[in-house]
Design a protein around this ligand. Sequence first.
Ligand SMILES: CC(C)(COP(=O)(O)OP(=O)(O)OC[C@H]1O[C@@H](n2cnc3c(N)ncnc32)[C@H](O)[C@@H]1OP(=O)(O)O)[C@@H](O)C(=O)NCCC(=O)NCCS
Length: 179
Amino acid sequence: MMEVRPERPDEYEAVEQIHTLAFGTGREAKVVARTRQSLQYTPELSLVAVLKGRPVGHILFSQVGLEDRQGVMRKVVVLGPLAIHPEFQNLGTGKRLVEEGLARLEARGVPLVLVRGHAHYYPRFGFVPSVQMDIHPPFAIAQDEYMARPLSAYTPDYRGMVRYPAAFAEVGYPVEFGL
Ligand SMILES: CC(C)(COP(=O)(O)OP(=O)(O)OC[C@H]1O[C@@H](n2cnc3c(N)ncnc32)[C@H](O)[C@@H]1OP(=O)(O)O)[C@@H](O)C(=O)NCCC(=O)NCCS
């Protein structure tokens, strides 16, 4: 039986290892490690999928800014990185993590979730290309690979340019938000 719950400190290393194996580089693991040290981290939104006591997948949700054309900054949430251990992919674990995360965000009254990722994967969870909502990443990327998922608290005020915190410098994003 697969369990999905917040990560524990004694699992940090295993979680970072999963990202390194799944992505073939340590960059995403560093985003996770740096986010844990930042004000953008919410422990209840860093979830592991656990099989026989061992983490086999991890998803991070953390805070980012969304700056409208008047310069008003609103807080929203970004999904990622998400990784499943290579030996456990395509078994529905990613789906469990995304769905549990979205339920937790909905319960917390979060209005909007952003993701950079596979255009084939995220639409099944209600993500649409963010450009349709007048939401734009601060880097060049194919329009269908940057997506947004509105939740109940969403209003059209949530639009503009996404501003990433410093942890995301590890994956090359321009960073200009938070501490
Ligand atoms: C992408 C990933 C998170 C999906 O999680 P998962 O538990 O393996 O997948 P699920 O069982 O939930 O869903 C299976 C679907 O994911 C798709 N998928 C799996 N790996 C994929 C990949 N590397 N790229 C694109 N799609 C992928 C499968 O094609 C399948 O699609 P289908 O349902 O239309 O057949 C996982 O495979 C992974 O960690 N990949 C490597 C790291 C990565 O790419 N992270 C996501 C960055 S956005």
